[in-house]
Each structure stands twice: as structure tokens, then as C-alpha cells.
Design a protein around this ligand. Structure first.
Ligand code: HEC
Length: 163
């Protein structure tokens, strides 16, 4: 949803509330004031999670959900879904999957909870799609990005089962 303040300044809001980044964690992840993961984009430079999420999205989700979160005839545009979907709901659907039984065609969202290529990158995916949903990032591959830091790499390795 976009609220237009009396001064004429558009303030973005989405399924998780105000996406403004207020704090950065040790792994380089930005959080909003509610503590939900969010993006931090300065000009054409994105945070590591947005960049990583872009890459993960285009390896594991775009076949069904279309490039850049734009949707397809098979699966919804996630750039729109996140306008109303909370972070918790996102995690739930991606981990457990969902089957659309309301239409004649059975469109299935697979469960990715046991797939480390997705499960280890839930926040990255969410952050990228949140940026798309608020039009903070367009239909382009992020070029410049913050570096992946050591704490992120450590978490990633342990999640992926490396020592
Ligand atoms: C095999 C095709 C397929 C793949 C791959 C896939 N999805 Fe889905 N996804 C779907 C379908 C179909 C739906 C709609 C299901 C329904 O209507 O209940 C869906 C629904 C969703 C929803 C709920 C959207 C809404 O508006 O309620 C989210 C969130 C989602 N997918 C995220 C992802 C993410 C993230 C990935 C990549 C890790 C992914 N999906 C990969 C097919 C897929």
C-alpha cells in the first residue's frame, strides 16, 4: 500500500509494515523497526541480501514466478504478493508449499523447507522481493552491492552443512 502524506511525500508500506531499514545485524542483514528483514539501497548499490536474493530467486523461483518477481500464467507475481503478505506468512508458504484447490487447474507451490539452496536463503529471497514489491529495485540485475561478510559466510556454511 502507498500512503500519501499531507506533504505529498509517498511513504511505502507493505505486508510487514514500514520497510525502512533502521538497523544492520552482524551478518549484514538490515532490519526494519519491527525487526523484519528489509533492503537498504543507495542509488545503484544494494545490500548483500538484496543481491543474494536476486540470484537465488532467479535460480529457484523464476521458472514458475517469472523473471524479476513479475509472475506468470502458472504462479502469482511475488512483487505484488508481498504488498500484503507478512514475513512470517512468506516463510510459511515457502517452507511448506501450497496447493491451489480453488481453480480447476491444480497449481502447486512446492515445499522448500528441506532444500538448503532455498531454506538457507529465505531472508535473502524475502529481502529482494520486498525491494521489488516497494519498487525500491526495478527489473534489473543489481550491479554494485555490499560485500558478503565473514559472519554471513559462517552462517551460510553451517546451514549448508559445511564445516
Ligand atoms: C513449480 C513452480 C513453483 C516454483 C519453482 C516456486 N513456486 Fe511459489 N508458487 C507456485 C504456485 C503455483 C503458487 C500459487 C499457489 C496457490 O495458489 O495456492 C505459488 C505461491 C507462492 C507464494 C504465495 C504467493 C501469494 O500471493 O499468496 C509465495 C510467497 C511463493 N510462491 C514463493 C516462492 C519462492 C520464494 C520460490 C523460490 C524459492 C517459489 N515460490 C518457487 C509455484 C512455484
Amino acid at each position: 500500500m502507498i500512503f500519501v502524506a499531507s506533504g505529498g511525500i509517498a511513504v511505502a508500506d507493505d505486508g510487514s509494515g514500514d520497510p525502512a531499514a533502521v538497523k544492520q545485524t552482524e551478518t549484514g542483514e538490515w532490519l526494519d523497526k519491527e525487526g523484519n528483514p528489509t533492503y537498504k539501497i543507495n542509488g545503484d548499490t544494494v545490500d548483500w541480501y538484496t543481491y543474494s536474493g536476486y540470484r537465488r530467486y532467479h535460480s529457484d523461483c523464476h521458472v514458475c514466478h517469472g523473471p524479476d518477481g513479475m509472475g506468470s500464467t502458472y504462479a502469482p507475481a511475488l512483487k505484488d504478493s508481498l504488498k500484503t503478505m507478512s514475513y512470517a506468512d512468506f516463510l510459511g508458504v515457502v517452507a511448506s508449499g501450497r496447493k491451489n484447490i480453488s481453480t480447476a487447474a491444480e497449481n502447486v507451490m512446492p515445499a522448500f523447507g528441506d532444500n538448503p539452496n532455498v531454506a538457507c536463503y529465505m531472508d535473502d529471497l524475502y529481502v529482494y522481493l520486498r525491494a521489488r514489491s516497494n519498487e525500491a529495485w526495478g527489473r534489473a540485475r543489481p550491479g554494485k552491492h555490499e560485500d558478503k561478510n565473514d559472519a554471513y559466510t559462517k552462517n551460510e556454511d553451517s546451514c549448508m552443512g559445511k564445516k
